[in-house]
Design a protein. Structure first.
Length: 230
């Protein structure tokens, strides 16, 4: 059976809705937290599929989080080998940085459910077109060289990109919508909620209104992407 490794940067940001299509595609899923003592010893080139999830830290915060530089070095080796890799939010920013892009604090907190504009209407992201999906970030990145921009939002231009068939980076969270850990997101980041002009109640209402559709679209997107891997 093929192997998939999920890197979790904080306990409340897991693979959520993406697990179903990954397992359906024939992968045995394993997970490791960056806080695990063994994390620094793993060769990130080994798994058949690597999934890096989100987190509230910034790629540039290497002094506060020494594991970032270590993970970045090993990620760069994987990307050089063109091994199948999915980055989500902070994970997408890690991918961008490993490809030479600059990651930096943006001018606004993008938090809440709203759609992205999909530029590639024939590819897997067409499943999330016109669907309000969850956003939760304040950092953004320059677009790496030799990648294709797949989606933008009204807040940030760089919402998704790919390099060939095997690399997909998603700034937004189409894995979320049916995961009870959404409450932990609200509890862990009250300043983000307020800065984006929301309240905990308004986010929960949006989650109830849009979550199931967003998660279904996310599962369809990932399932099609996995089918196209080299």
């Amino acid at each position: 059976m093929k192997s998939a490794l999920i890197i979790r940067h904080v306990p409340y940001e897991g693979v959520a809705g993406y697990r179903e299509p990954i397992e359906a595609a024939g992968y045995q899923v394993d997970r490791i937290d960056v806080s695990d003592p063994g994390f620094g010893c793993i060769d990130l080139r080994e798994p058949d599929l690597l999934i890096m999830m989100g987190g509230p830290m910034g790629v540039y915060e290497t002094d506060r989080h020494p594991w970032i530089a270590c993970q970045m070095r090993r990620l760069a080796l994987r990307l050089e080998a063109d091994r199948p890799t999915l980055g989500v939010c902070f994970g997408a920013q890690m991918v961008a940085a490993a490809l030479g892009a600059r990651v930096f604090p943006g001018g606004a907190k993008e938090v809440g459910f709203h759609p992205v504009t999909v530029h590639d209407t024939q590819g897997p992201l067409r499943h999330v077109a016109d669907t309000p999906v969850l956003h939760w970030h304040g950092d953004t990145f320059t677009l790496p060289h030799n990648v294709e921009l797949l989606a933008s939002s009204h807040v940030y231009d760089h919402q998704a990109f790919r390099r060939g068939a095997n690399l997909l980076a998603l700034q937004f969270h189409a894995e979320m919508g049916e995961d009870p850990r959404f409450d932990a997101w609200i509890e862990q980041s009250p300043d983000d909620v307020e800065a984006a002009g929301h309240t905990p109640d308004s986010l929960r209402e949006a989650h109830a209104a849009h979550g199931a559709r967003a998660a279904a679209a996310g599962r369809a997107m990932i399932a099609e992407w996995l089918q196209g891997l080299d």
